[in-house]
Every structure is written in structure tokens, then in C-alpha cells.
Design a protein around this ligand. Structure first.
Ligand code: GN1
Ligand code: MG
Length: 561
């Protein structure tokens, strides 16, 4: 490493000492912790982002957010040039950087890594990093730390994009590297115009009753609410009311937001019995998760939850329908043999009833471990891959091949059968590919796609919710001495270590009709998660509780060491 570069790094690193006695790990969603200990981590991730940009010779992103965590937490993660998550093979280096105890060790780790990765360090090559942050008060200071990290790599520049949703930053990185327009107003323009296109393609017969045309959205008192306010002013034919936009004094993620609504199954603040019968939706703190719900009419605070699995089912049904309309046309013209491969990706948290429904609908369903990076990777192997976590994070990926096929199809049909159902199907699929974020799950684009499809189908939220009935389920967390002691296999459905625990779980699970239960270490919290499903809520609760006790017996603090 050149002396100029070395001393620059040493000088800036001295300003950011790492927290004592904390081991940080680049988990499922980057580094997350109490904001007060993150200065040095964010500074170091700034360096990492610059190295990633040098290595890939592309623009990368750095987002400061802790999503649905409490407001005093914060976090940082990198967006790869594709717009996806940081490549997994760089995660161990991220951990090493974050945990380096001194500036000297930090610099020697960097020296070693750039040599191994053949990264040209010294200013000959330029690097560019787009920065974004959510609305957390700690975000501004942490952003400065990220800028310091980036500035200490010669040739690297930071472009501060301001307060953004996480998916907006991913979208911008993706768009920039594809040479497309990539500002925030381009984002809003693309979403609103493709939504308009989908609505314009709805046949008059199925047009929804205008009074059904309203959705009330809980913005989690975060960035999503304020961005949705901008987006809604660009839309016609859909009334969006935003609550918990963060302006009314409510606290980020406190009793509000998609994570709260999905896990607690009760309505968020500012919602209540006045909303019975209305279609409601909830975003999480950085607007990359979306769930729908309706307030139950029994005067409790319960809701009918329409979770990520059901959003996935709605999307899959619509895409399948459009592909078969196009297929009908293909049969008449046997020279065109293209068959788009449609795949659906879920995790073990997907409600068993959703998987059964999807399979019965003739869809190919596969499973991956928890975490968007795994789902995204699998979905990208299809022509059209749809993935969703039950908690509402997901999107639809279109391959380059299927997009060119759709473009060609549309051009051909425009001259042969303009305005035909087949041409409309091609146009609809093309509009979906523009509306739905190709980089990562995006609550704002997901919301608009749900709304467009419900209008297309002429469905109320109740009709949608009746696609299938969720099996009762329960999720619990158990604090243990060392969560890394739990090692899983088969997309996290089986525990392989510690020995004996899986057998104990199995012998509990068989006691319950339609019982299913698994445990796994969380990637974002220091806990073991327990998930149980059964034919009644009581059974699901009992099964979850018994398995939580098993976890405690094997791994809890009472265990003799
Ligand atoms: C059960 C659950 O909801 N797990 C979430 C949560 O991960 P854990 O590894 O379970 O802590 O946060 C991840 C990041 O947001 C998300 O991808 C995942 O689905
Ligand atoms: Mg989030």
C-alpha cells in the first residue's frame, strides 16, 4: 500500500475507536446495534464500500438503517452493483474490519485483503458510493462517519442521496449501473407511470366500485410514510390515506409498522373500529416490508392479517394468468416455442396453507433459508421468480431473456393483433417488471402492484384473504447462552446440532394434527426463534411453548456447563 494511502487510513481510523467487549457480525441485514456504539462500524463499512466499488468497477450503495428495530438502534449495510445485497463472500471480511481492535490491525487487514482480491488502491482508479439513511435521529451523524471512511480511500467519492427508503437506494444503484435514469424523481416517475399503465389495461367489466378504491397505510412513523405522500400525489384512480407518517409525534416502529402488525396480529396505533371493512396496509421502518390487514369486526384489537405469503399468492396468480393468456396465442403459432419458467420461493416461515395453495395452483415452489439474499438468489434462476418472506419482504424478478421475449411479443402483436387480450397480457407483464423493484423487496412498489391487481380482479381485501385460510401459528424467541450452537439443515427445517434436540422437537410435534415446528438462530437478534403451526391456535401455542422449553433445557442459562 502506498504511504499516502496508509497514513490517510491510519489518521482517520484513529478518530473512530471500536466499542469494547462487543463482537459485531454482518448478519442477515448488515450490522445492527444500539446507535451509540456504531460510529466506528459505519466508518469501517464506508471503507469497505469504497473497496467493493473499486473491485467491481461499479457504483455501490451504503444504507444506514435498522429497519423495524427500535428507534435507538441503527445499522449499516452495503448494496452491491446489481442492486442486491453485498456478495456473501465479502461478509467475513466485513466482520474482520468491524472487529479490528486497533487502527494498525485495521490497516493490515485492508492491505492483506486488497492484495488477495487484486484491488487497485492508491487513487489511479475511482470509486463511487451512493449514501442513504432512514429517518432515525442518529442517522445524520453516522452518515458523516461513513463519509469519513469513504474519503480515506484515495479515488473514492460519496454521493449523499439523503433520506431514502432502503429499496429506493437499491433501485438507484441498480439503475445507475445499468446506465438508466436514477434519481429519486425517476423512481417515482417509473412507479407511477407503470401503475397507470396497469390500471389503463383493466377491462371495463371488472372496474372496481370507486368506494372500494381506498387504502389506508400505516407508515410505521418512518421514511415510507413520507415517501408515499409524494408518490400518492402522482397517482390517479387510487385514494391513499397515510397514517403514522412520522409527522404526528409517534415513535418509529413503536406499536406501528409491518413487523409489529405481522407478529402481534393486532392493529397499529391510529387504527381502530372506525376502520372495519377498510383495506389497510402497513410498511416497516425502512419500507422494504409490506403487509395488508383489515380490522376484525368483533370489537377486539385483532386483525385479519394478509401477510407476505398472501401477497406472493396474489402476484403468482396474476403472473400465471397473464402468461397463460400469452400461451393461448402461442398454440396458434407453433413456431414460437418459448415457455417462460415461473418459480416461487419461500422460507420455512411461510404458512403451510400458502405452500399447499401455491402447489395446488400448479406453481413450482422452492425453499431457502431465511434472509433476502438467499431468496433473491434462487428467484433469479427463473425467467420470472417471485419471492416473499411471510413478514412481507419480497419482489418479482424478470430475467433479461423473458423481458426481450415480452418486448418482441408485444411488437409482433402490436402489428398483428393490436388491442387483443394477448397484447394486453404482454403489456401488463412488461408494466409489472417496471413497477416492481428488480433490486430488492419494496413496500411502495409492492403496494401499487397489489392495488393494481385487486382492481384488475375486481377483488376486495376479503375476497383476496379467502384464497386460502392460514393455519394457526405462533412464533417465540428464547434467549440462550450461545445461539451459534444451533446448526440447521434443509432450509432451516432440521437441527443437526446440538445432538438430540431435533428428536425432542419431533416427538412434541407429532402430538398435534397438522403440527409443524422448527427452531433456528436469528441472524439479527441474539435469540433462538421458535415457529410452530397446528390445526388450532391452542395447539400451535402449546407446541411453541413446549419446544421453547426444550430449547431452554438444551441451551438455556440453567444448563450445567
Ligand atoms: C422470522 C423473521 O421475520 N425473520 C426476519 C429477521 O431475520 P432473523 O434472522 O430471523 O432475525 O430479519 C431479517 C432481516 O430483515 C428478515 O429477512 C427475516 O425474515
Ligand atoms: Mg425493513
Amino acid at each position: 500500500m502506498k504511504e499516502e494511502q496508509r497514513s490517510l487510513l491510519l489518521k482517520s481510523a484513529a478518530l473512530f475507536s471500536p466499542p469494547q467487549g462487543v463482537k459485531l457480525s454482518y448478519g442477515t441485514a448488515g450490522f445492527r446495534a444500539d446507535a451509540s456504539i456504531l460510529q466506528s462500524t459505519v466508518y469501517r463499512v464506508g471503507i469497505l464500500a469504497a473497496l467493493r466499488s473499486l473491485k467491481t468497477r461499479s457504483v455501490v450503495g451504503l444504507m444506514i438503517t435498522a429497519s423495524h428495530n427500535k428507534v435507538t438502534d441503527n445499522g449499516v449495510k452495503i448494496t452491491d452493483p446489481s442492486g442486491g445485497m453485498l456478495s456473501q463472500d465479502w461478509e467475513p471480511f466485513a466482520d474482520q474490519l468491524a472487529n479490528a481492535p486497533t487502527s494498525e490491525i485495521l490497516v493490515s487487514l485492508i492491505t492483506e485483503f486488497v492484495e488477495k482480491e487484486n484491488i487497485l488502491l492508491g487513487g489511479e482508479q475511482s470509486a463511487q458510493i451512493l449514501l442513504g439513511r432512514d429517518t432515525r435521529p442518529s442517522g445524520e451523524n453516522l452518515l458523516e462517519a461513513a463519509k469519513q471512511g469513504i474519503k480515506s480511500v484515495l479515488g473514492a467519492t460519496a454521493l449523499d442521496m439523503g433520506v431514502l427508503t432502503t429499496p429506493q437506494l437499491h433501485w438507484m444503484v441498480h439503475a445507475r449501473n445499468k446506465g438508466m435514469k436514477a434519481t429519486e424523481s425517476d423512481y417515482f416517475e417509473q412507479l407511477s407511470s407503470s401503475f397507470r399503465c396497469l390500471v389503463d389495461l383493466i377491462s371495463n367489466g371488472t372496474k372496481i366500485n370507486p368506494t372500494d378504491n381506498k387504502v389506508v397505510v400505516d407508515g410505521a412513523n418512518g421514511v415510507g410514510g413520507e415517501k408515499l405522500e409524494i408518490l400518492k400525489s402522482m397517482l390517479n384512480g387510487l385514494a391513499i390515506e397515510v397514517r403514522n407518517s412520522g409527522k404526528g409525534g409517534g415513535v418509529l416502529n413503536e406499536g406501528v409498522g409491518a413487523d409489529f402488525v405481522q407478529k402481534e396480529k393486532v392493529f397499529p396505533h391510529e387504527f381502530g373500529f372506525k376502520d372495519v371493512g377498510i383495506r389497510c396496509a402497513s410498511l416497516d421502518g425502512d419500507a422494504d416490508r409490506l403487509v395488508y390487514f383489515s380490522v376484525a369486526s368483533d370489537c377486539s384489537s385483532k386483525i385479519d392479517l394478509v401477510d407476505g405469503d398472501k401477497i406472493l399468492s396474489l402476484f403468482a396468480l396474476f403472473i400465471k394468468e397473464q402468461l397463460s393468456v400469452l400461451d393461448g396465442e402461442k398454440n396458434e403459432r407453433s413456431d414460437n416455442k418459448y415457455q417462460a419458467r415461473l418459480g416461487v420461493v419461500q422460507t420455512a416461515y411461510a404458512n403451510g396453507a400458502s405452500t399447499k395453495y401455491l402447489k395446488q395452483s400448479g406453481l413450482e415452489v422452492i425453499f431457502t433459508p431465511t434472509g433476502v439474499k438467499y431468496l433473491h438468489e434462487k428467484a433469479a434462476q427463473y425467467d420470472i421468480g417471485i419471492y416473499f418472506e411471510a413478514n412481507g419482504h419480497g419482489t418479482i424478478l424478470f430475467s433479461e431473456g423473458v423481458l426481450s421475449w415480452l418486448e418482441a411479443k408485444n411488437n409482433e402483436l402490436a402489428s398483428l393483433a393490436k388491442g387483443s387480450e394477448q397484447q394486453k397480457a404482454a403489456l401488463r407483464l412488461l408494466a409489472v417488471s417496471k413497477l416492481i423493484n428488480q433490486a430488492v423487496g419494496d413496500a411502495l412498489s409492492g403496494l401499487l402492484l397489489v392495488e393494481a391487481i385487486l382492481q384488475h380482479m375486481g377483488w376486495s381485501i376479503h375476497k383476496w384473504n379467502e384464497l386460502y385460510q392460514d393455519l394457526p401459528s405462533r412464533q417465540l424467541k428464547v434467549k440462550v447462552v450461545d445461539r451459534t450452537a444451533v446448526v440447521t439443515a434443509n432450509a432451516e427445517t432440521r437441527v443437526v446440532s446440538p445432538p438430540g434436540i431435533q428428536e425432542a422437537i419431533d416427538s412434541e410435534t407429532v402430538k398435534y394434527p397438522q403440527g409443524r415446528c422448527f427452531i433456528r438462530p436469528s441472524g439479527t437478534e441474539d435469540v433462538i426463534r421458535v415457529y410452530a403451526e397446528a390445526s388450532t391456535q391452542e395447539d400451535a401455542d402449546t407446541l411453541a411453548n413446549s419446544v421453547a422449553s426444550i430449547v431452554d433445557q438444551f441451551l438455556g442459562f440453567g444448563t450445567p456447563k
